[in-house]
Design a protein around this ligand. Structure first.
Ligand code: PMP
Length: 312
């Protein structure tokens, strides 16, 4: 891998591969001061031939453009140019393993949160191995007293930097209460999601997840898992979830590009199922990775190969 002098991969910054310590935004910029940015976090998964596939790149970039549209940031780059930048920086770093890529459109200048300052972009790849599940993969969660941001306040369906401060409050509280992860309810008191990942549960054998109108991010992993679950013959439901349903569920897990699948084996004072990652969570995790690294042949349209060799 090419790297800068701190041993980090180069970052695509304002048009070219750049050492991370040189990729900086001005302190007075709306991005630095107010968290005004939009971004995507996507994954690449490597197969045994060290080909890397970016997972659902087009969907991530579509959501990035929607984030721009809603928050009033004009991307100086087209979707094709952003795709080229992503491929360019992975090539420049010669990365051939599982990775994560952050694509961020940031606002420069010295304006306020309401001004229309110039927008530019960085693309930062890092190696990040997939987290395959084991018996001990379970995490503990607690229901946060903080509510998930609402469409009437700060739209949760886009990925804007400032949205994540909501998750920060919830995380601080969860950790102070001795849990690993918070679960946020929405303003209606129904389950929304984790801080940075969507939530699914198995109840009476049905895979249930809150709808896109429940103050959640319109998660690409959530959509992928609903598709994969449907293909295995599992019944799936997108409906509101009550807090107490989580306590009674057979399985609960979080899902997201970064989280992948995280089984929640304890929520508040309740053990979930038998306190270990459940069979549906484990099955879906396997199906997810098989589709993401191209092992399964039926979802190749989700994958963008990074290196020249493609599917036969
Ligand atoms: N909710 C939030 C708040 C997130 O930041 C993420 C991660 N992008 C998710 C859910 C999961 O979304 P996705 O599956 O598209 O990564």
């Amino acid at each position: 891998m090419k790297e800068d002098f701190l041993g980090r991969p180069l970052i695509w910054f304002k048009g070219k591969p750049t050492p991370s310590q040189e990729a900086t935004v001005p302190v007075l910029s709306p991005t630095a001061q107010f968290g005004l940015n939009v971004f995507e976090g996507l994954r690449g998964y490597a197969n045994e031939s060290r080909q890397v596939f970016l997972f659902r790149l087009d969907d991530h970039l579509r959501r990035l453009m929607q984030s721009c549209q809603l928050i009033g940031i004009e991307s100086p780059y087209s979707v094709d140019q952003i795709t080229d930048a992503i491929l360019n920086i992975i090539h420049a770093n010669n990365m051939r393993g599982d990775l994560a890529v952050r694509v961020t459109l940031f606002v420069e200048g010295e304006g306020s949160w309401s001004s229309r300052d110039p927008v530019d972009m960085f693309v930062a790849p890092i190696y990040k191995p997939r987290n395959t599940l084991s018996e001990s993969s379970g995490q503990t969660a607690c229901i946060s007293t903080w509510r998930r941001i609402d469409d009437t306040v700060l739209p949760p369906r886009i990925k804007a930097g400032a949205n994540y401060i909501n998750g920060r409050y919830a995380h601080l509280e969860a950790q102070a209460n001795g849990a690993n992860i918070p679960i946020l309810l929405n303003l209606a008191g129904k389950v929304a999601e984790g801080a940075g990942a969507c939530l699914m549960m198995v109840r009476d054998g049905i895979l249930v997840t809150p709808p896109c109108t429940a103050s959640i991010l319109e998660s690409i992993t959530r959509d992928s898992l609903l598709t994969l679950a449907g293909e295995t013959g599992l019944t799936t439901q997108e409906r509101d979830i009550d807090r107490t349903e989580l306590y009674l569920a057979e399985e609960v897990f979080l899902c997201g590009s970064s989280a992948e699948l995280i089984p929640l084996t304890r929520i508040d004072r309740f053990s979930i199922g038998d306190g270990r990652p459940g069979p549906t969570t484990r099955l879906l995790s396997k199906l997810y990775f098989n589709s993401a690294d191209g092992t399964a042949s039926n979802h190749h349209t989700w994958l963008t190969p990074v290196w020249r060799e493609t599917f036969e």
